[in-house]
Write a protein that binds this ligand. Sequence first.
Ligand code: 0WD
Ligand code: CA
Length: 422
Amino acid sequence: MDHPRSHNPNASHQSAFKRERGDGWRNHHENKHLKPNHHQQRQSGSAPEPNPLGSQSLSTRKELYERDFPVYKQPVEVGSFSLDGERRFFNDARQMRYYEEPERSPNFDLRDGYKDRFIKRDDSVKEKLDHILRWIIANRTKCSSSATTASSRALDADFVTWRGHLTKLLTTPYETREGWLLAATMFRGTLYISEVETEASRRDRENRTARHEEMMYWGYKFEQYTCADEVHSLPDPSGVVNTNEAFCTVVQTRLADHRLLFSGEVDCRDKDPNAPAAPACYVELKTSAEICTPKQRSNFHRFKLLKWWAQSFLPGVPRVIAGFRDHEGVVVSLETFHISKISHLIKNEFNCWKPTVCMNFCCDFLSFAKHVVTEDNPSVVYLFTWEPHRDVTYSIHRDSPYSFLPRWYIEEMTSSRDSHQS
Ligand code: 0WD
Ligand code: CA
């Protein structure tokens, strides 16, 4: 095992960088995580520009992030939206579903309906941040900064993104298989982060086996067995599974000094009207292969629980209900995992993941992004690239196909800001 370089585990710094009030991001060379590196250039519609600060990168070595848990404010739900069976946006909770506790040994057949009652979302369509942006426009007053005259900031957030993108950041120090590409653009003082599909992930998507395609359906079928459309109705497993439909929560929170506004898809809520307010009433549903050997249990703890924890911890969803299924897609048992207890559950696992490493890495990546992304311009994209066993690097792309903030969003945000100020 290698040792951390000059890492002081007692240091209580909350960010990879030293920030001097009013001076923006300085002294970044003092930071051990940021190091000179060969600047990775990527192809785009135009030639990438040289990085003005010289070549820099961010280490993903987990040893560097084993410090005190950073401040993570309790996430607050500021709104929600729905996508219908044709993927149309609605600024309401019409797609909310209610969890119905199944009986002890349910025997759900997850293969039922795959051939004849399944409408699959077209996952070659890249929606980027569009649904979140639609929600922002419909809810300007909820997320606008009050100090509009002093700054050009339009939103009360440093970052706007999908929860799923943050999940990828949280798990990066432990990921050994799949890299990522995250595009970042600054517009009116807020950084928007949107994923770009990697070549490897596109290849995987285009070459899925029939078995894999079918297994992707199983998770949605499990939702249909356990969720009702109305608070007083029951689940209807005879219906059609349509994966265009979604209910998404929008939450606001803060990680150290990063104010975050993000959205995540929520499976269902507790049907008890006295359940705590959202997001505490939400339930995440998962399916997983049944665990028969100590090796399978260890892998489940080391890999799957990391992803489950990261995904639900971020928006403050307190529990995951897992359906364990056999090889034929029949659910044989159910288990509830409380997010706040997962870190205790894994403590006996040798060399296991640590929540603090996940959160500190995410925090330092966001600091790195704030430091790198300097030009406030929706046609400039800073593309952050990561491959396992490498550092995070970036390249800059002007007027390229990576640009992702739609014209309708820029125009709406610009005109309503001007009308507020005049
Ligand atoms: O187009 C894209 N590249 C992306 C679109 C990337 C990531 C997300 N999205 C958006 C979609 O608009 C969707 O409504 O995903 C939304 C959900 O966002 P999220 O909550 O931030 O994503 P994540 O936490 O990764 O996944 C949550 C659930 C998944 O449930 P499980 O239990 O399997 O984790 O959202 C579904 C899936 O049911 N999901 C997606 N739905 C639509 N498009 C996608 C996706 N790309 N990925 C996961
Ligand atoms: Ca789920």
